[in-house]
Design a protein around this ligand. Structure first.
Ligand SMILES: [Ca+2]
Length: 359
């Protein structure tokens, strides 16, 4: 799995959301954070021969097979264009949430949950990850499996691995090189994955960034976190619901540290005269006392010994303050965005029949 430090540079971690791009941080906040270490400012050269040699050695694969497979891969302008689209302006929460949480998506989630209740409840019993959270992720990522992506995964990763788009902005070059290397690693992982799971690499489709299946797993996450839910000896995230549900739950457990039975968030407020506290990440490292000293207090109840991260959202009727706990952090490991995580949580509540607060 790629390092956390690397993930934070991307607009996605495990997955690329199929339905809404993760808003980029405003330029001001980017400028205020410490610059990442400089790795190489020259454009990455076309290094296909090296890639074939290294991937074959790394995963004990036949270099001729990799070469032959790459010979059938295509650079696609549509993938470059999709990746080059300027990041949408950061939407306030009250505009962001309606993109994710619609009545149709809530209804779709309830239907999906009722259809697959037995499988989902088994995974919930075994992992402690609630069925409605698994369903919510599948709803947000792929509209309950209806839109898992039509791009050939090989072409997507090949294009981004060797022709990751360059904006021409010198300030963005280092990040573009890092992303190209990320995709080159994912392409290598795709070869390993196809070998391990006996997948036909030419048949795989996914998002323009190479995320696959109902939960939109990148190849490295598929290899690391997918599990065989039905015990047939294969991990099939494309068509096997037992495998899909168990794998999403396993990702939450192993990558996100899901804490069974713990809350995700609780509503809070900030006393007048105190400054908002916005940490750089969503690690729930602050005790209730730490946050009280900064002027925050809980409106809802939470376990006394729990630790949290403060969250601020632009609500239609003004600022909303929340405490995000370990399980909120776990959702951000799926997509490193505070609004994504809150939307997934609230959609899961709505699917479970609970009332959700106004955006
Ligand atoms: Ca299986």
């Amino acid at each position: 799995m790629i390092k956390n430090a690397l993930i934070s540079l991307f607009s996605f971690g495990l997955v690329v959301c199929a339905n809404a791009r993760t808003p980029m941080p405003p330029a001001a906040s980017v400028a205020e954070t410490a610059p990442a270490p400089i790795i190489d400012l020259s454009p990455a050269p076309f290094e296909r021969a090296e890639f074939v040699r290294d991937t074959a050695a790394r995963f004990n694969l036949d270099p001729a097979m990799i070469e032959a497979t790459l010979n059938r891969a295509q650079f696609r302008d549509s993938i470059v264009s999709a990746m080059s689209r300027p990041a949408e302006q950061v939407k306030p929460w009250y505009e962001y949430r309606p993109i994710f949480i619609t009545q149709a998506r809530i209804d779709g989630g309830r239907l999906f949950l009722s259809r697959h209740r037995a499988k989902l409840e088994r995974v919930q019993r075994e992992t402690g990850v609630p069925a409605e959270v698994i369903v919510s992720i599948i709803g947000v990522e792929t509209s309950y499996g209806a839109n898992t992506g039509r791009y050939p995964v090989l072409d997507a990763l090949y294009t981004l691995a060797f022709r990751y788009p360059r904006s021409g902005d010198p300030a963005k070059l280092e990040r573009e090189i890092r992303r190209e290397r990320f995709f080159r690693d994912e392409l290598a992982q795709l070869f390993a994955l196809a070998n391990e799971e006996k997948l036909d690499i030419h048949q795989l489709t996914g998002s323009y960034a190479g995320a696959m299946g109902m939960g939109q797993f990148m190849p490295s996450s598929y290899r690391q976190f997918a599990v065989d839910g039905d015990g047939d000896g294969r991990r099939d995230l494309f068509g096997n619901l037992d495998d899909v549900f168990a794998s999403i739950a396993n990702y939450f457990l192993k990558k996100g540290g899901w804490a069974p039975g713990q809350p995700v968030v609780a509503r809070a407020d900030l006393m007048p005269g105190y400054q908002e506290f916005n940490p750089d990440d969503w690690q729930p490292t602050y005790t209730m006392m730490d946050l009280a000293v900064r002027g925050y207090y809980l409106i809802e109840t939470a376990p006394a010994s729990i630790t949290a991260t403060p969250i601020s959202l632009e609500g239609r009727n003004g600022k909303q303050y929340w405490f995000g706990f370990q399980n909120y952090y776990a959702i951000t490991r799926y997509n490193n965005s505070k609004m994504y995580a809150m939307a997934v949580h609230q959609l899961s509540q709505a699917i479970a029949g609970q009332a959700i607060p106004p955006a």
